[in-house]
Design a binder for this molecule. Structure first.
Ligand SMILES: [Zn+2]
Length: 381
């Protein structure tokens, strides 16, 4: 596929997925339903929006009269879809207001209160809209962002739509992995897996597309842990790197703290979990990154370390623990993430993770001079 094909796609670092989808659009053979999976902020939703633009694009010829392949990025549908002003493209997530509160029938969803699930009412509204002809475009696109949060009833109801696809309806489910969705739903979608993006690719994107300076691009690309979305946000938000350091400080404090400190941390993160599940999952994910950094430090692979400000502490921790202890700790974090995805009680799951932590003598491990005490007991958000 030529460079031209991918020109209008905002998705970065996933050439295979873009090739697959743009090829399907070109020959008008898109699937009725897709499932985009991969870690948070890797570009799953961007890819879904690109696809929504591609199927509704009315390509505008360039100055030389060449007609670009969709999405052209210049026509009215492309522009309005990107700005969420297009009637036929809907994004549904846990924050999507219910169409009509009096119709709500439980399922953990309620009027203006925040939910953490996509309920049957959301899917009911999707079905109602999907039964109508497109309002202005060729194809009604429904993007269910956070499909793993669908209640079983919602997933079941969605299944009916997936079983009887309409020609002018495209459904895209976005989730971390297919294992968090009913197999019956997964089997009716074309599954596109996004992986973490190499730091070098993110760095190039930051320079070429976002005009980042080389030093900033290099630092953010490394800190992004394979997530272009995080890097783009961090470029716009100078406090992102600082927040990352605060997370490292909380991890450091829990690791070098006594059991009370560790349990306090478990309580804090579980309370974050109730408010903002994604932020809590991010915080726990940072532990994996931390243990990976300890392993890199143990092997002298300093250029691979993400928490560069913490290199001295990481090396000291690596010197105190054997490689098995580091591997076991990383595994314990993975088990915690799995348990939380399977709806375990957050505080309990986190307390187990804290109990699994190896003992680290604080007097043997220096904290970096840049670390402030601000984050002590702070929230993960
Ligand atoms: Zn267009």
């Amino acid at each position: 596929m030529s460079e031209q094909t991918a020109r209008g796609w905002q998705t970065f670092g996933h050439p295979g997925a873009v090739r697959l989808l743009s090829g399907a659009v070109e020959i008008e053979r898109t699937s009725h339903a897709y499932l985009f999976t991969g870690p948070e902020r890797t570009g799953r939703k961007t890819l879904a929006m690109d696809l929504a633009r591609a199927v509704n694009c009315i390509p505008v010829p360039d100055l030389f009269g060449n007609v670009p392949l969709p999405p052209c990025g210049a026509c009215s549908p492309c522009d309005r879809i990107a700005r969420s002003l297009y009637a036929d493209v809907r994004v549904i997530d846990v924050d999507t207001p219910l169409p009509s509160p009096q119709k709500a029938s439980g399922q953990g969803s309620a009027g203006g209160r925040s939910r953490n699930t996509i309920g049957i009412e959301h899917v009911g509204e999707l079905q109602r809209e999907a039964s109508l002809k497109p309002f202005e475009g060729r194809c009604r696109v429904f993007i269910i962002d956070g499909a793993e949060t669908m209640t079983p009833e919602a997933a079941n109801r969605l299944l009916k739509t997936l079983e009887e696809p309409a020609d002018s309806v495209l459904i895209v489910l976005v989730a971390p992995s297919s294992t968090q969705l009913p197999q019956t739903v997964v089997s009716r979608c074309q599954h596109v897996k996004l992986r973490l993006v190499a730091a070098g690719v993110i760095e190039r994107m930051l320079v070429e597309r976002f005009n980042a300076g080389p030093d900033t691009a290099s630092a953010l690309a490394r800190a992004a842990r394979g997530r272009p979305g995080w890097a783009i946000d961090a470029l716009r938000d100078p406090t992102a790197m600082d927040r990352r350091n605060q997370t490292a400080l909380r991890i450091f404090s829990a690791l070098t703290g006594d059991i009370e400190e560790r349990f306090r941390y478990a309580r804090d993160v579980s309370s974050t979990f109730r408010r903002d599940r994604a932020a809590a999952m991010d915080e726990i994910g940072a532990w994996l990154e931390w243990w990976r950094d300890v392993a890199f430090a143990a092997h002298g692979l300093h250029e691979q370390v993400i928490n560069t400000d913490w290199l001295t502490s990481l090396s000291a921790i690596a010197a105190l623990l054997d490689t098995d202890a580091v591997a076991r700790s990383a595994h314990s974090v993975e088990l915690t993430l799995d348990a939380l995805w399977a709806n375990a009680m957050p505080q309990l799951a986190l307390e187990v993770m804290m109990l699994d932590l190896p003992g680290v003598d604080p007097s043997a491990v220096p904290a970096p001079a840049t670390a402030s005490a601000e984050a002590d007991g702070g929230s993960a958000s």
